[in-house]
Design a protein around this ligand. Structure first.
Ligand code: DAH
Length: 367
């Protein structure tokens, strides 16, 4: 027992003297490690008779616990001291100016996409996604656009080169022909196939058509909306889009109208126009007697529901699709769409947004 007491006392003294984490670890191994002094003593218990083992076992364990606790306490102390030293040494002068060349800008399309998402998220929509490289069935057939339907020509589709030859002959067969999606509407189908109704999603993303002028680029952005439930009607569609347009343009009493239209995937279909003025060649939203077409919408066609595996006798809903770039042009007065995709940093510095300007309804979208 004397051995144990003196060993414990000398170990505790040594622990108190140790002033580096590495030395402390060495000390721990030499006492409590596999070949450590305390461990060695524990091993002698096996050769003792029951009575002696009981007494000494308890004493060994108590010593082991004291040493372990002292090691832990010293380790914490050394850790705190090391941190203090680092904090004193590593100083950052937060008043130094930001290096100008390191500043990035958020593209107006990204900013508007975030704004649109914030508005619909507030109405309980979640964001869904689909592939840019889509098959003919999801892009057309399941949306009630059968082979040889004139809407296929209107979309100026980019077919993937290797399969371009059979694009005409096999169009419409499920998954046969691959293409760059001409709209975000196929995400409706993919989302409905992914799980049971109800559904309430928006799907922002890239879309592609073979077209290029002041207001068209081969790649552009759309956002699709889809709401499917048991008792959805056009009143919901109207209310939802009214709320959206007022929020995105920041005009509380924005004038708008729903005009009858046609899309193969909705019945009835409509287009929404917002009030504007074009006086002196300057387009202004929310005033004047002119109209500007802003989006397409309607009640999802029963055939589309069927293609997507949803029973049209139980479920119904509405869908809409709008061009994101168009909204960005209108909101920020950017006249030429092609500039959006020229990657000119001077343009981006002028029209872009600071990275920390995260759109949210709480802070306001129209700053
Ligand atoms: N997919 C249509 C287009 O690209 C836009 C659209 C119209 C989407 C009506 C819809 C809708 O969901 O209901 O031109």
């Amino acid at each position: 027992m004397e051995d144990l007491d003196s060993l414990t006392a000398s170990l505790l003294a040594e622990i108190a003297r140790t002033d580096s984490a590495a030395a402390l670890e060495e000390l721990r191994v030499s006492a409590l490690g596999k070949k450590g002094t305390i461990t060695g003593m524990m091993k002698t218990l096996g050769a003792m008779d029951a009575e002696e083992r009981k007494v000494k076992g308890a004493a060994f364990n108590a010593a082991k616990d004291r040493i372990a606790a002292a090691l832990d306490a010293r380790k914490a102390e050394l850790g705190a001291r090391e941190l203090d030293a680092r904090l004193a040494f590593e100083r950052v002068d937060v008043t130094l100016p930001v290096r100008h060349e390191a500043q990035g800008r958020i593209h107006p399309v990204s900013q508007v996409t975030e704004e649109i998402t914030a508005i619909f998220a507030d109405m309980g929509f979640t964001v869904a996604e689909g592939p840019d490289v889509e098959d003919d069935w999801h892009n057309f057939t399941a949306l009630n656009i059968p082979p040889n339907h004139p809407a296929r020509q209107m979309h100026d589709t980019f077919y993937l080169p290797s399969r371009a030859a059979d694009a005409q002959s096999k169009a419409g067969e499920k998954g046969e022909t691959m293409l760059l999606r001409t709209h975000t509407s196929p995400v409706q189908i993919r989302h409905m196939q992914s799980g049971p109704p109800p559904h309430r999603i928006i799907a922002p993303g890239r879309t592609y058509r073979c077209d290029s002028d002041m207001t068209h680029t081969p790649m552009f952005h759309q956002v699709e909306g889809l709401v499917i439930d048991r008792d959805i009607h056009m009143g919901h569609l109207k209310g939802c889009l009214e709320e959206f347009l007022r929020a995105i343009f920041g005009v509380p009493d924005l004038k708008y109208r729903l005009r009858p239209s046609h899309f193969p995937f909705t019945e009835p279909s409509a287009e929404m126009d917002i009030g504007c003025s074009r006086k002196g060649g300057v387009l202004k939203i929310g005033e004047g007697d002119d109209w500007l077409e802003i989006l397409g919408c309607g009640m999802v066609h029963p055939k589309v529901l069927e293609y997507a595996g949803v029973d049209p006798n139980v479920w119904q809903g509405f869908a809409f699709g709008l061009g994101i770039d168009r909204i960005a042009m209108l909101k920020y007065g950017i006249p030429d769409l092609r500039a959006f995709f020229e990657a000119d940093v001077r343009w981006l510095r002028h029209y872009g947004f600071p990275a920390n300007d995260v759109p949210s309804l709480a802070t306001g979208l129209n700053r």
